[in-house]
Design a protein around this ligand. Structure first.
Ligand SMILES: Cc1cc2nc3c(=O)[nH]c(=O)nc-3n(C[C@H](O)[C@H](O)[C@H](O)COP(=O)(O)OP(=O)(O)OC[C@H]3O[C@@H](n4cnc5c(N)ncnc54)[C@H](O)[C@@H]3O)c2cc1C
Length: 550
């Protein structure tokens, strides 16, 4: 994806659909629309998936908690939501097998009643998934539970129930959606902020005024239909199109911390069935580390969502309660925070109720199509419903949605053992070959080929991690990475794994980006100091880190 050509096309072509927001929802809409033969433009203010879509718990799930609520309230609609999520789970796993995997989760039980309760509940979860089920759930004895998660606390343990859900690399999955859309003709642009609409005399939206945040230039984009897929920021765009519409979004903040692998020592995740404030929490194996989350606190859109010390303490408290581990803040390797886009019912009906599903809203005056609510797992259904609505607005005949079976970039011809070829053909160490294979799918071959172009690109980017210098080059050349954060946070995912390693990788990453993007010495220097300052700010809020005097 060559950004300058996408920018040129964005300014000169007339689009059927222009989508605002490059998270899971907007990226899913762009792919769906492009596959239906529409001319599409996708505009993202920061980077693809820079907001909520790279800050999730990374579960592809129907939601066991939602199932419990459905059961307790005998709520048919809620059962349907769980079922939809479980069916979608299968499509996500099939369409991007390199970025997803089925994952075992274990719910510890402390009485016979609990084991029966969770056992029956999770059988119902299997049943709702029907033919889309993964491995069936089953009850484990205490010994089996301890074999599955060796660090689990043994005291008062009365067995466990194990079930399966999916796990996804959320940032790279969103990027794969964007790139697949681009392969099917979509114009896509990151670092471009929507600032205003221009409308006809009767109020119908006609053009979008966008500011390119990389060079400060303004651009105008023309389209027949505009889609607002800005997640937590949806009200801002709705009211930009029509100031008279009431707010619908409520945001809540959720945080995660990253701990060393030894905390769990397993590829099976732990589900903490009930926190003191009545939620579920997860301790999940994630890229050779452990991901712990999440919280749920009221937030304000103006806040810069960040992991705070109190939240670190809260999450570590549960890890110590359930696992034989004396983790402290000193063990926290990284962490991140995101804002949930929670949708309130239409105020003309019931103001405070949260809508559990997604909703496509069409503003009668401006014609803006807003897609709101939902979750990562259901992005495809959200996109389908949105593009159906766009076709209706365009008075176009219906065109079938084909995303159910659309493989994403890297998935065509993917086999789980394909990494072995990378060892044979490029002489890569096993951990590097596996790492590349699960990150790029069949495109790992292209990354590996770079190591033959320049011997220095075969070097590790940072000690103790399988990242190669070549990945920075690939990110800039093929994945529209424009800033240091695009590379280290979303393309490589290193920032969300290990802050110290990220700092160590920074000089090499800057040098390569400067070389690839033709940065001057002062631009490179500025980029490095801005990024360092940002990274320090994140660590200071989470860990009370003192600035090094060295
Ligand atoms: C802590 C947490 C854990 C979660 N865990 C899970 C999970 O395990 N499984 C699951 O299924 N779901 C999960 N979710 C929900 C899921 O992550 C979200 O529903 C989903 O990512 C929302 O995607 P989105 O595209 O709607 O929003 P976003 O990802 O926020 O994307 C909106 C985009 O719009 C852009 N934008 C805003 N304003 C403008 C503008 N003016 N111009 C251009 N662009 C603009 C933003 O920069 C942003 O990138 C979780 C959410 C949170 C917060």
């Amino acid at each position: 994806m060559h950004r300058p050509s996408h920018l040129r096309r964005a300014q000169t072509e007339h689009f059927d659909v222009c989508i605002i927001g490059g998270g899971a929802t907007g990226a899913g809409c762009a792919l769906d629309a492009a596959l239906r033969g529409l001319k599409v433009c996708l505009i993202e203010r920061e980077d693809f998936a820079a907001q909520t879509s790279s800050k999730s718990t990374k579960l592809i799930h129907g939601g066991v908690r939602y199932l419990e609520q459905a059961f307790k309230r005998l709520d048919w609609e809620q059962f349907q939501l769980v079922r939809k999520g479980l069916w979608e789970r299968k499509y996500l796993l099939q369409n991007a097998p390199h970025l997803t995997r089925p994952m075992a989760l274990l719910t510890p039980c402390h009485s016979r009643f609990e084991r029966l309760y969770f056992g029956v509940g999770l059988k119902l979860y299997d049943l709702l998934a029907g033919r889309h089920n993964l491995t069936p759930s089953r009850q484990l004895s205490t010994e089996e539970a301890l074999r599955a998660i060796p660090t689990l606390k043994k005291e008062s343990l009365r067995g466990a129930v194990q079930y399966y859900d999916g796990q996804l690399d959320d940032a790279r999955f969103a990027l794969a959606l964007v790139r697949t859309a681009a392969q099917h003709g979509a114009v896509v642009l990151n670092h471009a902020e929507v600032q205003a609409f221009e409308a006809s005399a009767d109020g119908k939206l006609q053009t979008l005024i966008v500011r390119d945040l990389l060079d400060g230039q303004q651009a105008t984009i023309r389209a027949t239909v505009f889609v607002n897929a800005t997640g937590p920021f949806a009200d801002g765009i709705r009211q930009m199109a029509n100031p008279a519409v009431p707010s619908r979004m409520r945001v809540s903040k959720g945080v995660h911390v990253i701990l060393p692998k030894t905390v769990l020592n397993s590829e099976t995740a732990l589900l903490v069935p009930q926190t003191d404030d009545g939620r579920v929490m997860f301790v999940i194996p994630w890229k050779n580390h452990v991901l712990v989350g999440t919280t749920d606190t009221e937030a304000d859109l103006g806040d810069d969502p960040a992991l705070e010390q109190t939240e670190v303490d809260y999450l570590l408290g549960y890890v110590r309660r359930y696992l034989n581990s004396d983790v402290s803040a000193a063990d926290v390797q990284s962490g991140f925070a995101g804002l949930r886009p929670l949708l309130q019912a239409d105020p003309s009906t019931d103001t405070k109720t949260l809508v559990r599903d997604h909703e496509v809203e069409i503003d009668a005056r401006s014609g803006l199509v807003s897609i709101m609510g939902g979750k990562w797992t259901t992005y495809r259904l959200m996109a389908r419903d949105t593009i159906d609505a766009c076709l209706r607005r365009m008075n176009a005949p219906p065109r079938p949605c084909t995303t159910e079976t659309q493989l994403l970039v890297g998935a065509e011809g993917y086999t789980s053992e394909g990494w072995q070829e990378l060892i044979t053909r490029y002489g890569l160490p096993k951990d590097v070959a596996v790492h590349l294979w699960h990150r790029y799918g069949i495109e790992a071959e292209q990354v590996a080929a770079l190591t033959k172009q320049q011997p220095a690109w075969a070097n590790p980017l940072v000690e103790n991690y399988p990242f190669l210098v070549a990945e920075v080059v690939f990110a800039v050349r093929h994945e529209m990475a424009c800033t240091v954060s695009d590379v280290l946070s979303r393309r490589l995912g290193l920032e969300d794994l290990d802050w110290q390693a990220t700092e160590a990788a920074l000089p090499a990453a800057i040098n390569l980006m400067a070389e690839q993007l033709d940065w001057s010495e002062s631009q490179a220097h500025q980029a490095e100091s801005d990024y360092r300052q940002r990274l320090f700010g994140i660590q200071e809020r989470a860990l009370f880190k003192q600035k090094s005097t060295a």
